[in-house]
Design a protein around this ligand. Sequence first.
Ligand code: NAD
Length: 450
Amino acid sequence: NPGSSADLARALVAAVATDPSAVVARLHSTFAGGRTRPLSWRLSRLAALRALLTEQSAEFLAALQADLGKSAAEAYRTEVGFTLNELDHTVAHLAQWLSPTPASVPGAFLPAEARVVREPLGVVLIIAPWNYPLQLALAPLVGALAAGNTAVVKPSELTPATSAALARLLPRYLDREAVAVVEGGVPETTALLEQRFDHIFYTGNGMVGRIVMTAAAKHLTPVTLELGGKSPAVVDPGADLAVTARRIARGKFQNAGQTCVAPDYVLAVGDTADALERHLTEAVQELYGPDPATSPEYGRVVNERHHDRLTALLGDGRIVTGGTHDRARRYLAPTVLADVSPEAPVMQEEIFGPVLPIISVPDLDAAIAFVNGREKPLALYAFTESEQTKRRLTEETSSGGLVFGLTVSHLAVPELPFGGVGESGMGRYHGRYSVDTFSHAKAVFDKPLG
Ligand code: NAD
């Protein structure tokens, strides 16, 4: 029956298109052909990615609204616009970053020349999480393409609308031989991880980070792990507490607290806790009005499982503001908790939601000891006017990034490396750090024969 053989042929084509070994073999063959190496190819792919983001931004904003209740303004700023900035910065500097760096040669070898050449790695796997599902899939892709690689992008299954939009739209702008989107959850990612890649770039939690690194070890594939952790915000008594509270609240409650560099908890030094409680309450009102449930600016928790996890944390300490929730709408009000014990469950795991505990510590020594007594965070924030406090925090603590006077925004500075240390991750990206991550620094030594 001709109908069924046509169906069978279509099914076979579909199976081959999504078979991870076929996808990866195709990308390896493209890379081996050498076409991704010229600067012109890289710039044209970045231009295509730019066109995707600008021409399809309405589609992406709608998907982000469906997945996470992100307002158009927030989604544009933190996802589409963010990625465009990263892309434009890369395009503007790429030729310069790729030019070989001369190295001086010890006298005994002279005459001779030496230089460092940035060589693409091959096929890169990018595994993205759900919290900034567009940015965290495409900003690494900017670096992978800029460095001359082919790539597989694996979006998170927990944000299905954005995942589907990427799978549908990306192949319209970027050639399938160079970039593939593979959708799916654990089984599909596990199958992908069995393939041989030249670099794996994973963003997500540390437990899966360990699975990724174990799989990568089989092929001796290098990994970048962009993980999370509990990022503290230290508040010094000399700081302007109204400004401090506004800036902490903005970073914490953006995307309903589901930001890897959101301030996880406040370390209130000395007698700052009472005033902070008041100012944080005011700051939440300023941001989202008297009822955040009706504010178009306030996002939603990604799913019911995470909603249940977060509401279970509300029993720790005293609720200063917020605490209301609605499971059916995945709504949890911006919540501040005071009088929280360091042993409480809310202080054991990364919160990754709109719950902000305040912990009081007597002085800066105690704050530093608190930070150093836990895993190294992805970010450390401090609000202080004291240069000595800044110096001590810089020298005496370890974190992926350190920010004074603001929260979250350091990752939007493309000249700064973004990444964790210890439990918050390994490796870094953004701007030229992405090109470094997705390329090999090849030593070239040239001694004349004469
Ligand atoms: P997630 O559940 O979407 O998982 C991330 C990716 O891993 C997804 O693509 C998922 O399909 C895949 N995955 C899940 N289980 C797997 C398994 N068993 N084997 C193989 N792959 C698997 O996202 P998440 O981990 O819940 O993300 C939240 C975490 O990510 C937080 O800890 C947060 O701090 C961190 N994060 C870090 C950054 C950063 O840039 N450092 C950015 C965002 C989020």
